[in-house]
Design a protein around this ligand. Structure first.
Ligand SMILES: C[S@+](CC[C@H](N)C(=O)[O-])C[C@H]1O[C@@H](n2cnc3c(N)ncnc32)[C@H](O)[C@@H]1O
Length: 287
């Protein structure tokens, strides 16, 4: 939702009346210029660079976040380089802002979730991006399976895992998270494994191998919950993020409960469109 009198979601404070939104990824400022200011992009970009010592490039977001990689289209207003290193809570993430997804607004949420990890846990992170959830989990001593569909995202994730000293704690799989989870749930038993269902090619029960799933769901893909929850052990945790209007939340909680998931905590994690927010749910699997 647009706030009158200033930009929303400012990651660096201050009022910038020329732009509708402003956030920083490393030294790249990402803004949205209001339609009334479209001809003034260069002036606005240069003004931002000259008034912010920490900004090297200014990008104007000219499309919504779209496509499988969830990356918007940008135009360069000033500066030029889109490769950067973003720092949050002592972690460093190298990435190309114009080519891979990154949302600096979830930094606090990532720390909150990582603080719940018990050493030796197994965690799964679908939609892992360049690693901002997976890396703090691994640093908290979880063994992490990170799923990411973009090969470029996987390359940054591997680099960032090493950069943050957790290269050994994260297994990165370049895959479609839906297909991967469904395959893991329904996979045939390997030689020597018992099925627990009498053998003879019968359907095996799901592999409940993870203590924790952290699910930063892309818009409209809530069906990942159905794919991933069979992989979480009884008593295990699922941190599920989704985009909803406030009036939808109550029904969603009933839906979770109908699937054998208790809601331990839920909160709004910022606005994304008029009336629509990102909501985070801490779910626990009952059986
Ligand atoms: C909204 S998610 C969150 C990313 C990251 N965890 C973060 O918070 O910055 C966007 C990421 O999911 C990836 N993605 C989208 N669809 C996917 C799929 N079906 N399987 C695996 N990754 C997918 C995109 O490539 C992108 O990196």
């Amino acid at each position: 939702m647009r706030r009158k009198g200033g930009p929303r979601g400012s990651a660096s404070g201050g009022v910038r009346p020329d732009v509708e939104s402003f956030y920083l990824v490393g030294d790249v400022a990402v803004v949205s210029i209001s339609p009334a200011r479209q001809g003034e992009g260069r002036r606005i970009g240069e003004a931002i660079i000259s008034s912010h010592k920490n900004v090297r490039t200014v990008l104007n977001k000219i499309s919504k976040v779209e496509g499988e990689r969830r990356v918007a289209e940008f135009e360069v207003l000033a500066g030029g380089g889109t490769l950067t290193c973003h720092r949050e809570y002592g972690y460093s993430y190298r990435l190309d802002v114009a080519r891979v997804f990154f949302n600096p607004r979830l930094a606090g949420e990532r720390m909150r979730v990582a603080s719940k990890v018990l050493p030796g846990e197994r965690a799964i992170v679908p939609f892992a991006g360049v690693g901002p959830f997976a890396i703090p989990l691994a640093a908290a001593a979880a063994r992490v399976l990170a799923l990411e569909i973009s090969p470029e995202g996987c390359r940054w994730l591997a680099e960032n895992a090493k950069l943050n000293g957790v290269g050994d704690g994260i297994e990165i799989v370049n895959a479609d998270a839906f297909a991967f989870c469904r395959a893991l749930t329904g996979r045939a038993p390997e030689e020597g494994e018992t099925t627990g269902s009498g053998g003879g090619g019968e359907a095996r029960p799901p592999e409940r191998r993870f203590d924790r799933a952290v699910v930063p769901t892309p818009y409209g893909r809530d069906d990942i919950l159905e794919a991933i929850s069979p992989l979480v052990k009884a008593g295990g945790a699922i941190h599920f993020y989704t985009f909803k209007k406030r009036h939808q939340v109550e029904g969603l909680i009933r839906d979770f409960e109908g699937r054998g998931l208790t809601v331990e905590h839920h909160r709004r994690c910022g606005n994304v469109a008029p009336g629509v927010s990102r909501w985070g749910f801490d779910l626990r699997r009952l059986e």
